[in-house]
Design a protein. Structure first.
Length: 591
């Protein structure tokens, strides 16, 4: 795949605080290719009561990419040393006409360029054997060996086996026929799966960066930066595959002449050798390395039920699926290590998510609120053991924060685990019915037991800067409006009312009508008259209603809604795009 992009803008002002003072033009080119070569060999044989199905295969993936970009801005930067310090000055240069759109048009201005390339290779060998005896006792064994160029030469390959067993009890001679239970199968499985997604292409190498900026370059002579280089990564030849060990035990069943079918399952998935960043001393001058030092476990139950009634002319079915989740961080790079999600303020301040040992990944660790100070007496009485004010900058109308650790001051140590953005229970319901030529289907989904951090309220209820706010701030505390949960409006936020606290944490429970469809199929005698095998008209709607107490735009977002964030920021609602409500009219026909 080849692509080329162009960008141009003359000087303009859309924001008085951040004007674009000089014309700018850039060009970008990128190339990417991927080759995948798969080879499969199948074998199947039946002899007596024995049945064997075997598969052997290889898979080779080759990726290659390179890109470069160059830009020019219509200014020149002059460096000089004055009074022992480096001084920079800007002057308009280049672009005889600000609307010229070539790189040469900016000659004399400031050029910038970037570019890089990478190669990535992965090779896998895998095999699988399915064995059945009398269609009653089932066994599946799988083994794969994967190698990736992302890892160092000492630990490039990983072996990942899995084993699954099944027993169809209803096929046994002793199993009663025609009773309440018509189908019963027990099953269990264990397996390992490798993951490399957390690594970049060359994380195992000791990379050397070169630059002529003031950060990595050095100043010489007339004050202009000269190129400099620095090694910021340690070589790690031992870094290896992140491994998830999955264990499942369950049963499939059918009741009442198989009108009610279902499955129940318990699962426990433990991710070992988790690829996470380990903090090292800043004095080392090195980037914190990614190591195999973490361990996380997910466990829970899954239940599926479906009842079907095919009585003519009215037929219907109802399905329910339920899943629980318990997530726990077992180990990190150290007993006291904390992994932070994405900061709310400019990406580097106010972190509502923290990942700590013993808590769910990306859990909410927040300051605890305890109402609003109603008068100065309440402020002056909120003191520590030494009689010093716990919140010295507070005024009536400010939020009271709890000194959790009792050390006499409100700081980061007072943040307390306050919930997780991962639903503890998810429930889905499917409905279907038909009567003569009419048919109907519906799907509902829901999530329960989790929290959402309303980042939109964090920004637009803070009232700490001169910008637009939500209408809820009209209920801000005043001397004549004390019965409110919204603090006073004050520029600068001296009391920290907008800090990451339970003020912006809300219950995330929801029920959503995901889909409804109504249809009508013409009867056969009409289809015969128009020489059609099938003709159906339908109308459907998606995401029609959502029932929730959450005050944000949408209580359901499957991934973190902050650019650059990960699962470490689960449950943070910040500028998300809601699910789209849509309606569809359609015709299905076959002639």
């Amino acid at each position: 795949m080849n692509s080329q992009k162009y960008y141009h803008t003359p000087a303009f002002t859309s924001d008085e605080k951040n004007p674009y003072e000089y014309p700018y033009y850039s060009e970008e080119r990128s190339y990417w290719q991927e080759q995948v070569v798969d080879n499969l060999l199948n074998y199947q044989a039946d002899f007596g009561k024995h049945s064997i199905n075997a598969l052997l295969g290889t898979s080779l993936t080759l990726q290659e990419s390179n890109w470069n970009a160059i830009g020019v801005e219509g200014k020149n930067i002059v460096y000089s040393v004055e009074n022992g310090g480096l001084v920079t000055k800007e002057a308009a240069e280049g672009f005889l006409d600000p609307y010229f759109m070539t790189i040469d048009a900016g000659r004399g201005g400031t050029y910038s360029g970037t570019g890089s390339k990478y190669q990535y290779n992965r090779f896998s060998v895998f095999g699988r054997i399915n064995y059945a005896y009398a269609n009653r006792y089932l066994l599946q064994f799988t083994l794969r060996r994967d190698g990736s160029s992302k890892f160092g030469p000492d630990n490039r390959y990983g072996n990942f086996p899995s084993l699954a067993l099944g027993w169809k009890i209803d096929e046994e001679e002793f199993f009663p026929k025609g009773g309440l239970v018509n189908q019963l199968k027990l099953r269990g499985s264990w397996g390992k799966l490798g993951n490399e997604a957390a690594l970049r292409y060359y994380d195992h190498q000791a990379l050397v960066y070169s630059d002529n900026s003031l950060i990595r370059g050095y100043v010489r002579g007339g004050g202009n930066p000269w190129p400099g280089s620095i090694a910021t990564n340690l070589e790690n030849r031992e870094i290896g595959w992140e491994t998830t060990v999955s264990q499942n035990i369950g049963a499939d069943f059918g009741l009442f002449n198989n009108t009610l079918k279902g499955a129940i399952n318990y699962y426990s998935n433990t991710t070992e050798d988790l690829l996470i960043t380990k903090k090292i001393a800043p004095s080392s001058g090195l980037v914190d390395p990614v190591l195999n030092v973490g361990k996380i476990r997910n466990s829970g139950f899954e239940l599926e039920l479906k009842y079907t009634n095919q009585n003519n002319p009215f037929a219907y079915n109802v399905g329910v699926n339920l899943a629980t989740l318990k997530n726990k961080v077992i180990s990190l790079g150290g007993e006291d290590q904390t992994l932070y999600g994405v900061g709310l303020k400019f990406g580097s301040e106010h972190f509502p998510n923290q990942t700590r040992i013993g808590s769910p990944i990306g859990g909410f660790f927040l300051y605890q609120t305890d109402g609003i100070f109603q008068n100065m007496n309440e402020v002056s009485e909120y003191v520590n053991a030494d009689g010093k004010l716990l919140q010295p900058n507070a005024k009536p109308g400010d939020i009271r924060f709890v000194d959790i650790d009792g050390n006499g001051t409100i700081n980061d140590d007072d943040k307390q685990y306050s919930g997780t953005g991962l639903p503890k229970v998810e429930v889905g319901i499917t409905l279907g019915a038909s009567y003569k030529g009419f048919d109907m289907s519906a799907l509902l989904g829901s999530g329960w037991g989790h929290k959402l951090y309303n980042g939109n309220r964090y920004f637009f209820e803070a009232m700490s800067s001169g910008s637009n706010f939500l209408s809820t701030t009209l209920d801000a505390w005043t001397e004549s409006n004390r019965n409110t949960s919204v603090p006073r409006a004050v520029l600068g936020d001296p009391n920290g009312n907008s800090r990451e606290s339970t003020r912006f944490l809300e219950a995330g429970d929801f029920i959503r009508l995901r889909q409804v469809q109504l249809g009508y199929t013409l009867p056969k005698h009409v289809l015969g008259a128009i020489k059609s095998e099938n003709l159906r008209f339908y109308i459907s709607g998606q995401n029609l209603f959502t029932w929730t107490k959450y005050n944000g735009v949408d209580p359901e977002f499957g991934s973190p809604a902050v650019v650059g964030s990960t699962v470490l920021s689960t449950g943070v609602d910040r500028y998300i795009f809601p699910f789209t409500k849509s309606y569809t009219l359609g015709v299905q026909f076959l002639f």
